[in-house]
Design a protein around this ligand. Structure first.
Ligand code: MG
Ligand code: ZN
Length: 386
């Protein structure tokens, strides 16, 4: 308790330095009116900052100094409770399955409910309804967060098994690492890059082409692998996520007249926090914010796109404490795992008004399904593959 109090004081101190006169803060501008209230979106873009609690957003904000973060521009904010089926502290598999299927499941389960029954994901539903669908991540595409939108397995570690699901549901645009789980497989002799190509997907990768050199052919789905395994951190030069955020909505919009659903993940905020590495976590936060900026620019011009930003959980119990100078902050961590703290939700565009308030993470799925007009649609059963 004493420690908690000390932490709180340390956090508040920079806001109320002893020498400054205490006065009410300058009036903030009136909140932007909710965009297109009551209208339904044609397209939904779900942006997930893995491990992105309010402290991670704040750290990014302070690091950005005088410039506003793109995430600051979202008119609607809410809070999501993140617990999984059996644990107060979720992992990313159960966290993402809450968004993709609307059910609380067991940690490490991917696209299956708490009884390990496959749940039809919003991405699969969107595909069935004729929308274009996309998955973009700054980790491997088989990693827990993107995997939970397409695969149905009882263990997130089964990366090669997860990769096979990309042959079952056609993803119009796939960007991320993990190419080796497709073409250098240890569990079977299949070459999934070849199989994808045979199915008409244009497959390219970092060794052949920079993402900015891609000239997508709208007649074919596109997959671009950013790494053999896990992509590098933003601090070590990984920079494809913002470029992917510029390309993805423009491409998907032209792939179907009915609209699109896409999920883009800032995957490595979580990894920086697991390693208790403040500068790395901040660099990942700012990289994710650049992607958010590109998506917001698209949504502003498009007018029919709902953008939601949230996190699966907070990681690290990150705190912002007094640094060595009067206006400097020190980033500290209380754990190398996730925490049970609520996470922020931000929304922009038609339907964004539904995302204010406090709710379970599963409500993000329910709200998206309602806004797409599929609130009462019975899911199609799938199967778990061993
Ligand atoms: Mg993740
Ligand atoms: Zn994590």
């Amino acid at each position: 308790m004493k420690l908690l109090l000390l932490n709180l004081i340390a956090l508040l101190y920079p806001l109320f330095p002893e020498t400054a006169e205490l006065r009410p803060p300058a009036p903030t501008p009136a909140p932007q009116t909710v965009h297109d209230e009551g209208k339904r979106p044609k397209n939904i873009i779900l942006l997930i900052g893995d491990g992105m609690g309010l402290t991670q957003v704040s750290a990014g904000m302070y690091a950005h100094k005088d410039k506003k973060l793109n995430i600051d521009q979202f008119p609607v904010t809410g809070l999501s409770r993140t617990h999984s089926a059996k644990n107060l502290i979720t992992d990313s598999a159960a966290g993402a399955t809450a968004f993709s299927c609307g059910c609380k499941t067991v940690n490490a389960y991917i696209g299956v409910d708490a009884k390990k029954k496959p749940c039809f994901t919003i991405l699969e539903q969107a595909k069935k309804e004729g929308l274009a669908v996309g998955l973009v991540a700054s980790c491997s595409v088989t990693h827990a967060t993107p995997a939970s939108f397409i695969a149905h397995v009882g263990d997130r570690a089964e990366t090669e098994n997860i990769a096979t699901f990309f042959l079952e549901t056609e993803v119009d645009l796939l960007i991320g690492g993990g190419m080796k789980y497709f073409n250098q497989r240890k569990t079977d002799p299949r070459n999934l890059v070849q199989e994808l190509t045979q199915k008409g997907v244009v497959v390219s990768d970092f060794s052949k082409q920079a993402i900015t050199d891609l000239r997508p052919d709208l007649k074919h789905p596109l997959a671009w692998f950013s790494a053999e395994g896990e992509p590098a951190s933003a601090l070590k030069g990984r920079d494809y996520l913002p470029a992917a955020a510029r390309l993805a909505p423009v491409f998907l919009k032209q792939r179907s007249d009915k609209g699109f659903f896409m999920m883009l993940e800032g995957s490595q905020i979580d990894w920086g926090c697991h390693d208790k590495d403040g500068p790395r976590a901040v660099a990942e936060m700012l990289d994710f914010d650049l992607a958010i900026g590109a998506i917001l620019e698209f949504a502003r011009q498009d007018g029919e796109t709902l953008v939601i930003i949230t996190a699966d959980h907070e990681t690290g119990g990150m705190t912002l404490e007094q640094g060595t100078g009067p206006d400097t902050l020190a980033i500290n961590f209380n754990t190398n795992y996730h925490t049970a703290c609520m996470v922020p939700v931000y929304a922009y565009g038609p339907g964004s008004e539904l995302f204010g308030g406090m709710y379970e993470n599963t409500a993000i799925y329910t709200k998206m399904m309602e806004l797409f007009g599929w609130g009462n649609v019975q899911p199609t059963p799938g199967s778990v593959k061993k």
